[in-house]
Design a binder for this molecule. Structure first.
Ligand SMILES: [Fe+2]
Ligand SMILES: [Fe+2]
Length: 168
């Protein structure tokens, strides 16, 4: 028997969020204990976080901006529903850039505790915003698509979103 989640047309997009979620949980956990990391731990983990954020999370948001939100705008007959979400994407992108720059600086002088607290603070803000954004997308935006479109429609949209980019 299919679960309700499997029955939803937007399941491919929800599945993508589920793939991203464990990475976000790592960021959340890191925000708690990062100030206690030694330099070696920081040097191995922080660049991976930057890679995930710039290489996976941001492309996911860009693909939504280009291929998903315009369809929601068409269905809703207005850009009101996606305007706040696009603003979230902009905020997330600037925070990712700031985090990447701070990672570089802090790895150059890890002994400076102020850097470590600053990184922890940035990660905690970023993961809270991204978590809320995902929840808004799944609970508010995707239901609009579930009502208006079929699974075949969504699969076609999802292909345009560059699904598969993550796999190389
Ligand atoms: Fe988004
Ligand atoms: Fe998303």
């Amino acid at each position: 028997m299919m679960t309700p989640a499997e029955a939803l047309p937007t399941e491919p997009i929800r599945a993508e969020h589920r793939e991203l979620l464990p990475h976000l949980e790592h960021l959340e956990m890191a925000a708690v204990d990062l100030p206690t990391w030694d330099e070696e731990t920081a040097a191995s983990r922080l660049p991976r976080y930057v890679k995930f954020l710039s290489g996976h999370l941001i492309p996911h948001a860009v693909a939504e901006d280009e291929h998903l939100y315009p369809i929601i705008d068409r269905i809703a007959g207005s850009t009101a529903a996606t305007a706040t979400m696009r603003a979230d994407h902009d905020e997330i992108a600037s925070r990712v850039d700031a985090f990447a720059a701070s990672v570089e600086q802090s790895l150059a002088s890890w002994d400076d505790g102020a850097h470590r607290w600053d990184l922890a603070h940035q990660l905690s803000g970023l993961s809270a915003i991204v978590g809320l954004h995902f929840a808004e997308e799944e609970d508010v935006l995707l239901p609009l698509l579930d009502e208006a479109l079929t699974l075949e429609d969504i699969v076609a949209i999802h292909q345009h979103m560059g699904h598969g980019e993550h796999e190389h």
